[in-house]
Design a protein around this ligand. Structure first.
Ligand code: SF4
Length: 423
């Protein structure tokens, strides 16, 4: 399912290795340009940002507000995916939310700390409970939930994904789009895209015939609404008239034309640049000139040492957090893999090897035993390898071995080699 959210909290700066070369051709399917409302709004925000994301396919850092919106959407999808009552209980809806929430770690969701992730989890549960209570009396199986369709229009292949569609009879539809971010005044342009594409979509007529036994000559939007889940407020819009849709579509075709013409000049602005993950690649950000080496460009731009200090600190913090998670997962793999072997997930496969290893509790005590039995020189160095070398020697006195073993703990070293599957 696609997930949406409309808050705009800050994003951490990006980690990028290299500046992409010349723009590749925009993704096209059978000569059609793939398009969506998200693409339209991103291009309008900054064409270069669009290029980085959709043409160069450089991943943005995960955003916690998308993860939050996504989990709420999943829970509501679960609630409405029934063909007939009874509906799932609120506990079951919360469980669907929990499943989605726990599928990723807090870092994968884009949170800086586990605590912030836990706080949002609790916020999500309260939100769903309030939604359920508010809508309990009018729960009805919708026509479609999370309906995704691709429709050809004027050389574009336009994708819409509607959260919920209800059938009002005689080919008329009510489309609902859930919002989980801030409660701000929203323009209806996203709804115009739903209207334009839904009314052109032949599959909807077929689905109406299948589900309601009605043969309709056309599908028309009756009403559309943004539903703000955190406050349970509805922002309802009547079907837009032809003039409104016409001028919206002109806007879409204008953007599509610019994408086809590979027009990707940056349009810097305080807000879009502040939240942009591509700053490290952006010529604007580096003083106006594209630079083949972002690191050198950064230095050339004379970025303040104070900024670099904070950036370094943030990256180090994230690296430590990731390292801690990696160790935790490796330990779990070690436990699950018992004697080692090869294992396969959907995307990766790995080999686990287990080898015994010694660890010594008290360094001073080990030195004292080595000195006592005149073995210090044989250890060569006071590294783990040096000391275990002495311990493994056949010719050391039994007492020395016994005393060294008293300081030693035998553990298992887990060696994991992982490869990404290629299909
Ligand atoms: S930093 Fe600003 S100008 Fe550069 S790509 Fe991002 S949004 Fe566009």
């Amino acid at each position: 399912m696609k997930k949406k959210s409309n808050a705009a909290p800050p994003a951490a700066p990006g980690l990028f290795g290299e500046l992409p070369a010349a723009a590749p051709a925009p993704a096209q399917k059978s000569g059609l340009l793939s398009f969506s409302y998200s693409k339209l709004s991103l291009y309008e925000e900054c064409p270069l940002k669009y290029k980085f994301k959709y043409l160069d396919k450089i991943k943005e850092e995960p955003k916690f507000y998308f993860a939050f919106g996504s989990a709420i959407h999943s829970a509501l999808e679960f609630l409405y995916s029934v063909k007939a009552p009874p509906f799932p209980s609120i506990e079951e809806v919360c469980e669907a939310f929990r499943r989605e929430w726990t599928a990723k770690s807090y870092l994968e969701k884009g949170y800086r700390t586990q605590q912030k992730s836990d706080d949002d989890y609790q916020k999500g549960l309260l939100m769903l409970r309030a939604y359920y209570e508010h809508n309990r009396a009018r729960l009805a199986p919708p026509f479609l939930v999370e309906y995704s369709t691709d429709v050809e229009a004027d050389g574009l292949l336009v994708r819409i994904i509607a959260d919920k569609i209800e059938y009002l009879g005689e080919g008329r539809l009510l489309i609902t789009d859930y919002k989980t971010g801030k409660d701000v005044k929203r323009q209806p342009s996203q709804l115009y895209m739903y209207q334009k594409i839904a009314e052109l979509d032949p599959r909807l007529k077929e689905k109406i015939a299948e589900q309601y036994g009605q043969k309709v000559s056309s599908v028309r939007i009756g009403r559309m609404l943004y539903y703000h889940v955190p406050t349970n407020k509805e922002y309802s819009f009547e079907r837009a008239d032809d003039k409104e849709i016409g001028s919206f579509w002109e806007r879409v075709l204008g953007v599509a034309e610019s994408i086809r013409g590979l027009k990707f000049d940056p349009t810097p602005g305080e807000m879009q640049c502040k939240w942009c993950d591509y700053k490290a690649l952006c010529p604007h950000f580096f003083g106006g000139q594209p630079h083949p080496d972002p690191a050198a460009a950064q230095a050339a731009a004379g970025e303040k040492i104070e900024t670099l200090v904070d950036r370094y600190g943030r990256l180090k913090e994230r690296m430590d957090e990731l390292q801690a998670q990696l160790s935790e997962v490796a330990e779990s793999i070690g436990r699950a893999a018992k004697d080692g072997g090869e294992y396969s997930g959907a995307e990766y496969s790995l080999k686990v090897k287990k080898n015994p290893k010694w660890e010594f509790k008290d360094r001073e005590a080990v030195i004292s035993v080595l000195n006592q039995f005149d073995l210090y020189q044989r250890a060569l160095s006071l590294t783990l390898t040096g000391i275990t070398g002495v311990l493994d020697s056949a010719d050391i006195p039994d007492d020395a071995r016994k005393k060294l073993l008293e300081q030693a703990v035998k553990k298992t070293a887990v060696d994991i080699k992982i490869v990404k599957k290629v299909y």
